[in-house]
Design a binder for this molecule. Structure first.
Ligand code: SF4
Length: 375
């Protein structure tokens, strides 16, 4: 593995399952014996992966989940083991996802001492009614949580917020956004509530034209608002002040290598993708790390390249596909891209295709139009 490698640690525990969530996590409490076993096992996996890859240089580490902050300081031995087994750059970006419930001045200081230098707070909504309606567990983020979160020194800070909640108006959303921006985060992730199949929320909420139109409206308004406050829209769901993009997440969008640790974590190394099954029991009980390799054919590569490229608002150069795969993007994909440029939903400048404002609103339709013969 060459430089610029990221390392992702999946912490598969949450206090309870939120009603809209389709990520892999296990409901748990701090007395859960599996937490200690998971930490031990993650350290073994850090050691194992570093022995396979020869301790590549790591420039980003990301603790995601699940709810990594639920483990408090207990993540420290995992980070120590990463420092010990990998060459971690002195200015590596080290991010940890936090739940508002866990924001605490002394814990934040401990995180800083461990080397964490970027935090991402899952706010989702500040409104207690919406918080309850979507079945988000725990209590809503309070101004006390925000005061403490933004007071701690030594971190870059991101907040996650959701738009398009059932019954949410433009005023409701902009009220939350303006309150959050008054704390001056450097980064905002904005997600549209998605009703994933099999979730409890999906069974409760009826998606009709009014719901969908409201989602589109709120999405547009939130984007305009964030841009008006100086945020650069760099990926469909992500906004940053200049220079504060998530370096770790950029790896996923730029085809750079990353190593995943934990059940369900994905890796992309030497152009191969693999993961461990999202099953904590297997992770703890099966001695070998049985990685599942994702064997991709040419069409899969085309689809992933175009979908990822469209999501990055700076756009993509079709020639990069050849650099990555040794083959050209198929002619039908190139002519579909040019057709959409003529329709005004993409722009093309110096060989780089990027979404226009109108294209961003119909991204799913465009993606289908461009890739229909490869899906
Ligand atoms: S806290 Fe996050 S990962 Fe955990 S259940 Fe809720 S949405 Fe899912």
């Amino acid at each position: 593995v060459t430089g610029n490698t990221g390392l992702y640690v999946h912490v598969p525990f949450c206090r309870e399952k939120c009603h809209y969530c389709s990520f892999y996590s296990e409901p748990s409490t701090l007395t859960d014996e599996r937490i200690g076993s998971y930490i031990k096992r993650s350290i073994e996996e850090v050691e194992y992966t570093s022995s396979i890859y020869g301790s590549p240089e790591i420039d980003t580490v990301y603790f995601g989940g699940g709810t990594p902050s639920m483990l408090g300081e207990a993540i420290s031995p995992i980070l120590d083991s990463i420092y010990k087994n990998y060459s971690v750059d002195h200015d590596a970006e080290i991010t940890l996802e936090m739940n508002p419930h866990d924001v605490d001045g002394s814990l934040l200081k401990r995180y800083r001492d461990m080397g964490v230098n970027r935090l991402s707070l899952g706010v989702q909504t500040l409104n207690p009614d919406f918080h309850r309606n979507i079945g988000r567990t725990g209590r809503p983020c309070s101004t006390t949580d925000l005061d403490l979160y933004f007071l701690a020194e030594g971190f870059k800070r991101s907040v996650d917020i959701m738009a398009g909640l059932p019954g949410q108006s433009e005023d409701d959303l902009l009220h939350d956004l303006s309150q959050l921006l008054s704390y001056r985060p450097e980064h905002v992730s904005l997600y549209l509530l998605s009703l994933e199949s099999g979730t409890l929320l999906e069974k409760r909420v009826t998606v009709d034209d009014i719901f969908e139109q409201n989602q589109v409206l709120l999405w547009d308004r939130a984007i305009d608002y964030l841009k008006s406050k100086g945020f650069f829209h760099y990926e469909v769901s992500n906004f940053a002040l200049p220079g504060f993009e998530s370096r770790h997440n950029m790896k996923y969008w730029r085809y750079e290598p990353y190593i995943g640790i934990g059940p369900g974590a994905h890796s992309f190394v030497s152009n191969r993708r693999y993961s461990l099954s999202p099953d904590l029991h297997d992770y703890l009980e099966i001695e070998a790390f049985n990685y599942i390799y994702d064997e991709r054919d040419f069409d899969d590569e085309v689809v992933e390249f175009v979908m990822t490229g469209l999501r990055c608002l700076k756009g993509f150069n079709p020639h990069d596909f050849k650099k990555k795969t040794g083959r050209n993007l198929p002619a039908d994909v190139l002519s579909n891209l040019d057709l959409i440029v003529n329709q005004g939903n993409l722009k093309k400048k110096c060989e780089i295709y990027s979404l226009t404002t109108s294209g961003l609103k119909i991204l799913n339709e465009l993606t289908y139009e461009i890739l229909k013969d490869h899906l």
